[in-house]
Every structure is written in C-alpha cells, then in structure tokens.
Design a protein around this ligand. Structure first.
Ligand code: ATP
Ligand code: MG
Length: 239
C-alpha cells in the first residue's frame, strides 16, 4: 500500500532571512570596554517591516552592522540567508552580502566621484545586471523617491535629504532578500519621510525583509513589528 505523505508546506513558517542567536559585541577593553550588543536573539522573516527602536547608544546601528556582515560579533551566531557568517571566508562573505543584503546607512555612504545615476546603478551592476537595464531600473527608483531630476549630479551637489533619498533608491533598486536601513528618514521632512515609509512597505510586500533603525513615529506606526533596544539588549519584540 502506498502512503502519500501529506504536504505541510503551507503551514510551515517560512525560513527567516536573518537569525541572531545570543549575539554580543564588545568594543575596547579595560576601562574603555563597552558592551554595545548584549546577547541579542532575533528572527527576521520575509515580507515584513521591523522597526528597531531605542535611545541613542542603545545598539541599533551595531545590530544592523553585525546582521549585514559589516562587523563581526564578539560572540553568538549570525545566520544570514541560511549561512552562518562566522564560517565564511572573506570572499564568501562579500559574495553573500552582495547577494542577500541592501543597506541604507545613517551617513548615506554615496560614492562622491560617481553621479546619482551611477551610484544607484552600482549594486545592480555588481549583481550582474547589464548596464542598459541597470540604468533603466535606476531611473525608475530615482523617480519613486523623487530625485530623478538630480540623476546627473554628484552627491555633494545635493542636500542631505536628497542624498538620503538617493541612498534609499540605491538600496531598493536590487531586490535582495534583506534591507537594513539605519535612520533612513532622519534627514527628511515629514512628506518625504512618509513617502519613504510607503516605499519600504511596498518593497516588503514583494517579499523583502526590511529592518529599520528609527526614531521616526511614522516608520514605527507603519511597521509590522517593533523591536525595542536598551543598553545593547533587546527588551521587547524579539519573538
Ligand atoms: N567602533 C566603536 N568603538 C567603541 N564603541 C562603539 C563603537 N561603535 C559603537 N560604540 C558604542 O556602542 C554603543 C551602541 O552604539 P550604536 O551606534 O549601536 O547605537 P545606536 O542605537 O545606533 O545610537 P544612535 O541612535 O545614536 O544612532 C554606544 O555606546 C556607542 O558609543
Ligand atoms: Mg545608530
């Protein structure tokens, strides 16, 4: 008699894009020793927006930098897109980051010698998109964030808020499974802040997991989940 195994596929929760297990980060030593992240455990799932909140110095940027493989944890395990980061060599880590993570940094990190359009094309081209297609996609996302008219300018010729929107365009141009954004609305007025919140929600709806460190109430309100940090610890919202 043959037995057909029932499919539990629909009931099984999707694999997390990111998992932190007891992750700590200690800077310095002796009197300068600082526990920036203290045994943080967290799972982030596809198609969600998570707001990471907490006072200045609570560890939000540290958590994002470690989650995205930009900094190494002192202890604990970081699993990104199914890979344990500490087991990867430098080249494997770079390749994984290019495939799996987009960032919007607190200080934008646009490349000053490249135009706005070239900045947005860069991650697409790094991921293998042809130049013509990359320019077309870059044009679309610059339109979405309202900076298409600045495409031929260099970052230094833009205001802080405009640079921030270009940084957001660069991060959403390529659909990587995890988007980490550090205060993406910090330099924006409320209209542009709301526009960015809507954009990020739209990106999440396509399956991307967005984690946003923020002090902005609009972002927090729009998020599916709020993770609260205090003194390097996750104090609420981890589950
Ligand atoms: N490279 C570093 N060397 C030493 N200490 C650091 C370093 N980076 C961060 N810290 C310390 O770790 C703690 C957490 O910093 P972090 O930047 O993660 O905070 P944050 O929550 O992002 O703050 P903000 O809201 O101001 O951006 C702070 O006390 C900070 O001073
Ligand atoms: Mg920060």
């Amino acid at each position: 008699m043959s037995v057909v195994a029932p499919s539990f596929e629909a009931e099984r929760p999707k694999n997390p894009v990111l998992r932190l297990e007891g992750v700590s980060k200690i800077y310095g030593s002796g009197a300068a020793r600082k526990i920036a992240l203290d045994a943080a455990t967290l799972e982030i799932h596809p198609a969600t927006v998570t707001a990471l909140v907490g006072h200045s110095g609570s560890g939000k940027s540290t958590l994002l930098n470690i989650a995205g493989g930009l900094e190494q944890a002192t202890s604990g395990t970081v699993i990104l897109a199914g890979e344990v980061l500490s087991r990867l060599g430098a080249r494997q880590l770079t390749a994984l980051r290019a495939r799996a993570v987009s960032y919007v940094f607190q200080e934008y990190n646009l490349i000053r010698t490249m135009t706005v359009l070239e900045n947005v094309c860069l991650p697409l081209e790094l991921a293998g998109t042809g130049a013509k297609q990359a320019r077309q996609r870059a044009g679309e996302v610059l339109e979405q964030v309202g900076t298409a008219q600045h495409r031929a300018k260099f970052p230094d010729q833009l205001s802080g808020g405009e640079q921030q929107r270009v940084a957001i365009a660069r991060a959403i141009a390529d659909h990587r499974p995890l988007l980490l954004a550090d205060e993406p609305t910090g330099a924006l007025d409320s209209a542009n802040g709301e526009r960015v919140v809507e954009l990020l929600k739209g990106i999440a709806a396509t399956g991307v997991a967005c984690v946003i460190a923020t002090h902005n109430k609009d972002v927090t309100r729009a998020a599916d989940r709020i993770v609260q940090m205090r003194d390097g610890k996750i104090t609420a919202g981890a589950a």
